[in-house]
Design a protein. Structure first.
Length: 184
């Protein structure tokens, strides 16, 4: 009889995992998915109203110097095109800057999600985990900051790290190209 109860509890635990997954999925369907759909619609509407050529002109301008190339350009790319299409904004940078642009754009996938979840919904699990913890702390009155402040700080720190990574990757690319005798 003990074996039967052990198997029954094991089966309940097994299906419990899927029940919990189903509840989480329903939470996403009624929570974050409508927000993502509306955000994507809004971004594509803005692109349609402003004009794709103007967005491209702004991207070309942002690619012009090191400061904006690794902060503003990846931010524009992730916001307007979302992941993974954001990497196509690499067409606006010179060949020698492409590895560093890619590095900074891919590094922005997590930090942008807190404020703009449409930009990289595939990475939402990271932000939602952090948000759940902060929400629990806030409910207990122990949160030192709001979720919005955390999202903004996360993005700003991410942009600063992107700038540093872009500069370092650009330097490494130049160093390796020289060492290998490659003209980029």
């Amino acid at each position: 009889m003990e074996t039967f109860e052990f198997l029954a509890r094991g089966a309940e635990a097994f299906i419990g995992v899927f029940n919990a997954g189903g509840k989480t999925f329903v939470g996403f369907v009624t929570g974050i998915l409508p927000t993502l759909i509306v955000l994507l619609t809004a971004v594509y509407t803005v692109i349609g109203l402003v004009g794709e050529q103007r967005v491209h002109r702004l991207a070309r301008f942002a690619a012009g110097n090191v400061l904006t190339r690794y902060t503003v350009l990846p931010l524009l790319a992730m916001f307007f095109l979302t992941n993974p299409m954001a990497y196509t904004f690499g067409m606006f940078v010179q060949e020698k800057h492409k590895p560093a642009f890619y590095d900074s754009a891919v590094s922005l996938c997590h930090p942008i999600t807190g404020l703009f979840p449409h930009a990289n919904p595939g990475e939402l699990f990271v932000w939602l985990g952090v948000a759940a913890a902060i929400t629990k702390l806030a409910e207990a009155g122990n949160a030192p900051f709001s979720l919005a402040k955390l999202a903004l700080a996360y993005l700003l720190v991410g942009l600063f790290v992107n700038l540093l990574k872009g500069i370092v990757t650009e330097w490494i690319t130049t160093l390796i190209a020289r060492r290998e005798g490659v003209d980029i």
